[in-house]
Design a protein around this ligand. Sequence first.
Ligand code: AMP
Ligand code: MN
Ligand code: MN
Ligand code: MN
Length: 286
Amino acid sequence: MNFPNYDLHCHTTVSDGELSPEELYELALEQEVEVLAVTDHDTVDGYRQLIELQQQGLLSRQIKLVSGAEFTCLLDNQILHIVALDIDINHPVLLEHLSLLKELRIDRAERIAQRLIKRKLPDILALVISKSGQGQIGRPHFAKVLCDLKIVTTEAEAFKKYLGAGKPANVKVAWPELETVLQMISLCGGVSILAHPTKYNLTMSKLRRIIAAFKILGGTGIEISYPGINREQQNILQYEVEKNQLLVSAGSDFHTSKNKWTVLGRYPILPAGLPHVLSKCLNLSV
Ligand code: AMP
Ligand code: MN
Ligand code: MN
Ligand code: MN
């Protein structure tokens, strides 16, 4: 079998994506994606909904679904995103972790809303909660409501003025530690991938230390291809993959069709010959 078209990192309305899981599945069919992992922030509900529909025969079986989530965590106060793949979505340890994250996110949302009120903005908590629906609430829901109310003109502006690092409504959160998240993923039968390593605004030497720590703490692989990464950065990551004996993964980090630079199922070509996470999850040869 040829290596399939895949996307192992994307979002839906169960976190901060624009499309419902079913709409995303439809788009994946159009894009000829053959293996799809929905990896919403701190929830596996995107996969849960799709696999139930697929098992009931209500979705075509053309796409192989892999369970997934993108977990928020901390290493020495640095926020990192860890994509978990092929995880047991009913494992009690996972369910406990997810409910803790739900509480952390609701508590954070209340504190963000208070900070905005202090800046003489209206109380938007109820609107933000309604925007997030049943899903995990995040800063993008605040950004969307601030846009709706014409307080800012773009979501990027909302981050730049209020929600981003060092800005007035960027409240501190006691996210779980990287080690806890890696242990949890492994206990629940999954593999753990360091998401978009070049997107944390770190120096290369800091990033190298983080990748080494990730490996020592039990991490499985790193994303080596995603929108915005360049060849030079890929070369550096390739060296770290080989040195630390990691697997590679790739995905679009698709959130919305409005971002022209992210297209579901598309990302730069991967360097050849590296061990791929799908070889472990699906027993595929690269
Ligand atoms: P959260 O996990 O709630 O802190 O939200 C993180 C998400 O916010 C990321 O996954 C992005 O989708 C989004 N995000 C982060 N920074 C920006 C930015 N500067 N502009 C727009 N969206 C952003
Ligand atoms: Mn996001
Ligand atoms: Mn991320
Ligand atoms: Mn993401």
